[in-house]
Ligand binder design. Structure first.
Ligand SMILES: Nc1nc2c(ncn2[C@@H]2O[C@@H]3COP(=O)(O)O[C@H]4[C@@H](O)[C@H](n5cnc6c(=O)[nH]c(N)nc65)O[C@@H]4COP(=O)(O)O[C@H]3[C@H]2O)c(=O)[nH]1
Length: 641
């Protein structure tokens, strides 16, 4: 209602915006009527117009206005559109003005001026077509009024003067209606474009600041909010806490029930979690199943209270209607945001604390403390060392033998070691998890694969070792990398190694995401002769549905089952089941972690055909491994078998 009287003036009309707008138009028209009434009574005062005629005209104008007010108020009941009302109002105004024209004589100039004003005003809410109609109608009425005056005039009528007047008025009407119609069309288009633009802008703003699935603030918006919060904290001295929340076992929920259920859980989790917050707290989706919570004016103990309340609420809420009995919990890490520090540092601390909470079990909370800080610093140092090690090529491979039932070495597993300049030879478990977390595993995996293929080519070149297979561990992240297939082909081709000797060891985590892509890649590699072994079998999801679809060659019994196989009945049953499964699916089975001859014998009676473990040799550099293959003097006890 820009340009019209302030809407607050019409607040007595209630919340109906359309009615308020129409009454505002009516009031503006009434203003014009009042102006013309004032002019007319000025003319009466000057003696230009007869008092009686002016009185009738005033009565007609005021009662017309009253009638239109009633029509406006009843318009929704009578189903009158604003355009119809405007047209009726315009016509009535023209009728009044023609009346004034007929009786006013010398005041024609003033009444014509008002006529133009009313026309312009009415046409604001008319379509160009209606505007033209109104203009034509006004022109005809004026013509009729002139002819009537000519016929009824008692005294001689100034023809020429009236004809000029009529022509001028008619052309003025046409131009005004044309202009106002066009102007109105333009105004409508502009308004429509403005509405569309406003709509698009609010949608863009929503997309830029909201997470589409949960409708919570998104990561970008939360980051900006945290930056400004940091400045406010500096100014007001208020304490602020951050908490990173992660839904427990979300991956399993997704894998077991599908992504639709996963999405439903995320959506409802956001809704329920928000309902347990204070009005000043802000929850944002940080990514995947992670949520970041900003607690304003809160110290750590208050943050813990809020999160404990939230945990109870979530644990007792139904987050998925379609899966009966599905209960969801979350773990969270909490930290106080120190004034002046970067947001990234605060989030990192909350993340560390959350990981610790997770490792201590589900549905847990953990406040970040200095011991975690020390770990964080050590981790940062290790990461920088690792990046340097990749540049300086500080990684070497050790080889652990794999033997058949007769104890003959039939292959080896390549196991990476880091020749750290200060800390000596580091075992993979000290750096592989960090490499996985940081994504450096892709680069590291490439170095390992190239070294392994070089070694394989050397073995294939010597008759004594030509038949050995070489197993290489491939991490899930590395396998999913788009260039992985090309890397394998390049590593084999550049070193001149035959692909039949290469065996890739995949863990079950590779299978979890995008099984179709995994199968496709495995098939392509298998076409070239590369073999596949499933590592740590039995420790993960062990989905049999996946297993029968994968082009595998071998299952590997995890060493955790082999360790107590002689004493623990359950481990023996699991090992026996894996061997039976492998046999039924036509796959070879290898047991790792065999340390005692009794373990080997027991596994052998179950039908296991291959073994790996300290009993046959520890992982060793290539030359030490080669020595292991040399025939032993007859008197010495064989290390193998
Ligand atoms: N107690 C006991 N342990 C035995 C025995 N025989 C072998 N092992 C150990 O068991 C691990 C077998 O490797 P894994 O299951 O693939 O488990 C590997 C693998 O998951 C990962 N890893 C090692 N090398 C690589 C690699 O090149 N690439 C990737 N992605 N991961 C690797 O690190 C893990 C640990 O490797 P390592 O420390 O070399 O530990 C090796 C090996 O030294 C035994 O008789 N008793």
């Amino acid at each position: 209602m820009k340009g019209l009287p302030h809407p607050a003036l019409f607040s007595f009309l209630g919340r109906d915006a359309r009615l308020r707008r129409m009454v505002a138009y009516w009031a503006a028209t009434a203003g014009l009527y009042l102006l013309s009434l004032a002019l007319m009574w000025l003319a009466v005062w000057r003696g230009d117009i007869a008092r009686d005629a002016a009185g009738w005209l005033s009565l007609a104008m005021v009662s017309g206005l009253a009638l239109f007010y009633v029509l406006v108020r009843a318009s929704s009941r009578l189903r009158l559109t604003p355009a119809q009302l405007a047209l009726a109002q315009g016509c009535y105004a023209i009728a009044c003005i023609v009346g004034a024209y007929a009786i006013a004589g010398p005041m024609r100039g003033a009444t014509l001026g008002i006529l133009v004003l009313v026309m312009v005003f009415c046409a604001f809410s008319l379509t160009p077509r209606r505007s033209h109609q109104l203009g034509l109608f006004a022109t005809c009425l004026l013509g009729a009024a002139i002819v009537a005056m000519r016929m009824m005039a008692a005294q001689p009528f100034p023809w020429l003067h009236e004809a000029v007047h009529f022509t001028l008025t008619a052309s003025l009407m046409g131009s005004v209606s044309l202009l106002t119609g066009r102007f109105n069309l333009l105004r409508q288009r502009l308004k429509q474009q403005k509405d569309e633009l406003g709509h698009a802008l609010s949608r863009i703003q929503l997309l830029a600041t909201r997470d589409e699935l949960t409708q919570l603030a998104n990561r970008r918006y939360m980051s900006e909010l945290l930056e400004s919060e940091d400045r406010r904290q500096d100014r007001d001295g208020q304490s602020v806490c951050l908490a990173l929340l992660d839904i427990d076992l979300f991956k399993q929920i997704n894998d077991t029930y599908g992504h639709a259920v996963g999405d439903e859980v995320l959506h409802n989790f956001a809704r329920e979690a928000e309902s347990a917050l204070r009005a000043t707290d802000v929850l944002a989706r940080w990514g995947g199943e992670e949520f970041l919570l900003l607690l304003r004016s809160a110290d750590l103990s208050l943050a813990v209270t809020v999160l404990e309340r939230m945990q109870k609420h979530i644990a007792s809420s139904t987050l998925c209607a379609s899966v009966a009995g599905l209960r969801v919990t979350f773990s969270a890490g909490i930290t106080a945001l120190a004034s002046g520090e970067t947001v990234a540092a605060g989030v990192k601390r909350a993340d560390r604390a959350m990981l610790h909470a997770k490792s201590s079990g589900r549905n847990a909370l953990r406040i970040f403390d200095p011991s975690l800080q020390a770990e964080l610093t050590a981790r940062a140092a290790l990461e920088s060392d690792l990046r340097q090690a990749l540049r300086l090529d500080q990684f070497i491979l050790h080889y652990q033998p794999q033997v058949d039932q007769d104890g003959r070495v039939v292959g080896a597993e390549a196991l990476v070691r880091w020749q750290h300049p200060a800390r000596g030879l580091l075992a993979p478990l000290e750096f592989i998890p960090l490499a996985e977390e940081t994504g450096l595993i892709v680069q590291l995996g490439e170095i390992i694969l190239r070294q392994a293929c070089r070694q394989l080519a050397q073995w294939q070149a010597s008759p004594a070792t030509a038949g050995l297979s070489l197993a290489v561990n491939v991490s899930a992240r590395q396998f999913r990398h788009p260039d992985f297939l090309q890397l394998v082909f390049d590593a084999l081709a550049q070193n001149g190694a035959a692909s039949e000797g290469l065996e890739l060891e995949l863990t079950e985590s590779v299978l979890v995401d995008d099984i179709e892509d995994t199968i496709g890649k495995m098939r392509r590699l298998k076409q070239e002769g590369v073999r596949f072994s499933l590592d740590d079998f039995g420790t993960g999801y062990s989905s049999l549905a996946y297993l029968k679809r994968l082009p595998l060659d071998q299952l590997k019994i995890d060493r955790s089952f082999v360790r107590d196989i002689l004493d623990d009945g359950n481990d023996a049953i699991i090992a026996r089941s894996i061997i039976a499964l492998g046999r039924n699916l036509g796959l070879a089975v290898i047991a790792e972690g065999v340390e005692a001859p009794e373990q080997k014998a027991f596994l052998e009676t179950m039908g296991c055909g291959r073994f790996q473990g300290y009993l046959f040799g520890r992982p060793a550099p290539a030359d030490a491994f080669a020595a292991l293959l040399q025939p032993k003097p007859a008197s010495a006890p064989s290390a193998i078998g």
